[in-house]
Design a protein around this ligand. Structure first.
Ligand code: CA
Ligand code: CA
Length: 511
């Protein structure tokens, strides 16, 4: 397909997309600079941001800078209490860099706007270096908030005697677990759950839930199999590696994820690694820097529209732009990787080519459980080149009508910026191909038979497109062209997973 016009993309380094769990099926997209935008279930976008924290957020424009608005999570009872949480970089007194986790509330008067005066700081942690600031916030099924911090930065976790990550008195390089509905002693704005694993260990910070983390970038909770509920509650993370290996971890209470003793399965600090008391939890999967240099953790697909994807953990690599999937082999107690094939000669549909923004910044799940990823072609906090892609399996779609849902209506006080597709969807392309093939049988290129090609043209839910904020629209309107991701070269002897394509781009101009 043709390249998309960059001006038509529009999201400034989108780092996170979440739903509020309130039945509204709205999607909230956070940009690294500190703004959050509302996308409605019909794909339209609201012209004013839900939240604008740009004055408070430290977000330099330097390429691949890791500071900014990094995480957003809604309270499990958001519908009743209007509370949500943000995780961002900021400058404190004497220009000390910090990460700040704050509670905020949606406005009572306008559910699509945050109350800017509602910020209540829950926790601040000093950051000794500009990189490795973590950034994931999420609520577990236990109702507690999980916070994923980085090791503080530089290289090799150099701080203190053996680094921050292995030091349980430091909040850096950790998974923290707190109860945001309670208060602690001395004005602490959270309560430590009494069953946190290190509450009675002298010297350990009681909020620590797991440690030995380098810089987990994107974690998710598995909704579980829609029928058997198997897998429900499992917490998956991608932990970014140092020089050699990236890894995917399953988070368990009290777990030591190994850093800086280990990187992936291998020793990094020889001395710490040989220490018999290390007792670390190994990754469920690790890949070398020949494949990619910065993992972006994803989600287990539990949606309705693409039944063959159920149970696949879909993730990617920020640097190489590769999309991958893990399938659990429960008998062998292992996870098997498949590259996600989205174009090129080795794919099931060699006629499909195209690309997504190379730098995969995050994965996301909507309220119905459908999967997305966010990517940009230039990873700087101010570059408006980010898009949202929906993961669609063109090989097998749910029966028509099966995946309908009724969003709880939400009042909107402004016009809606209507969705117009930036590009043809993969489903459209397949339909075109099968129609062509039907006319000229010899020209068929798709490996699927026309019968398998989806007939529900345009049935995929579409994301909002870059359009028309009057003042700011710089580019032409939507561009036609396949927006099919390219996974790069596949590993030897591996079969492509037959089915995941991003089907849409979305974004908008910079306000
Ligand atoms: Ca840092
Ligand atoms: Ca590890």
């Amino acid at each position: 397909g043709r390249a998309q016009d960059p001006a038509a993309s529009g999201l400034r380094n989108p780092v996170c997309m979440v739903h509020a769990g309130d039945g509204s099926h709205r999607r909230f997209v956070a940009e690294q600079v500190g703004a959050v935008w509302v996308y409605l279930p019909d794909g339209s976008r609201l012209p004013r941001p839900f939240l604008d924290l740009r004055d408070a957020v430290l977000s330099p424009a330097r390429i691949r800078d890791e500071r900014g608005l990094l995480g957003l999570a809604f309270h499990p009872r958001f519908r009743r209490n209007r509370k949500f949480y943000v995780y961002y970089s900021c400058l404190g007194g004497k220009k000390v860099e910090k990460i700040r986790i704050s509670e905020m509330k949606a406005s009572r008067a306008d559910p699509n706007r945050a109350d800017p005066k509602s910020e209540r700081v829950i926790l601040e942690i000093e950051e000794p270096a500009s990189n490795h600031n973590g950034g994931q916030l999420l609520f577990g099924l236990d109702g507690y908030m999980y916070i994923f911090t980085g090791d503080g930065g530089q290289a090799g976790d150099p701080f203190g005697k053996f680094g921050n990550a292995q030091n349980k008195s430091s909040l850096l390089g950790k998974v923290l677990r707190i109860d945001v509905d309670g208060a602690g002693e001395g004005g602490q704005r959270y309560r430590v759950p009494s069953d946190n694993p290190f509450v009675s260990e002298p010297g350990a910070h009681p909020a620590v839930y797991a440690y030995g983390v380098r810089n987990m970038w994107r974690c998710s909770v598995d909704r579980g199999d829609p029928v058997t509920r198997r897998g429900r509650g499992r917490m998956f993370c991608g932990d970014v590696g140092q020089d050699k290996f990236e890894e995917i971890d399953l988070i368990v209470k009290g777990g030591n994820y190994g850093w800086r003793a280990k990187e992936g399965f291998e020793c990094y600090d020889q001395e710490l690694c040989r220490n018999a008391s290390l007792d670390d939890v190994l990754p469920i999967y690790s890949y070398s820097h020949a494949v990619g240099k910065s993992v972006t953790g994803g989600y287990v697909y539990r949606g309705c529209e693409s039944p063959n994807l159920n149970g696949l953990y879909i993730f990617g690599d920020f640097m190489s732009g590769r999309l991958m999937a893990l399938r659990e082999d429960r008998k062998a107690k292992t996870w098997r990787k498949r590259d996600i094939c989205v174009g090129g000669a080795a794919c099931a549909f060699p006629g499909l080519t195209g690309t997504h923004g190379k730098f995969i910044t995050s994965f996301a799940e909507d309220e119905a459980g459908e999967l997305y990823f966010l990517a940009t072609s230039f990873p700087s906090a101010y570059a408006p080149l980010g898009s949202i892609y929906k993961v669609v399996d063109p090989a097998r779609r749910a029966p028509p009508g099966k995946c309908r849902y009724k969003p709880v209506p939400v009042r909107t006080k402004s016009r809606r910026i209507r969705f117009r597709p930036v590009a043809e969807t993969v489903l459209d392309l397949l339909t075109e191909q099968s129609e062509k093939a039907a006319r000229k049988p010899s020209s068929a290129t798709a490996a699927s038979s026309p019968a398998q090609a989806p007939s529900q043209k345009g049935s995929a839910k579409k994301l909002a497109s870059p359009t028309s904020s009057k003042k700011t629209l710089r580019g032409p309107g939507p561009t036609r062209g396949a927006r099919v991701g390219s996974p790069g070269p596949r590993g030897e002897g591996e079969e492509p997973e037959r089915a995941q394509w991003p089907d849409e781009a979305a974004g908008r101009s910079v306000p």
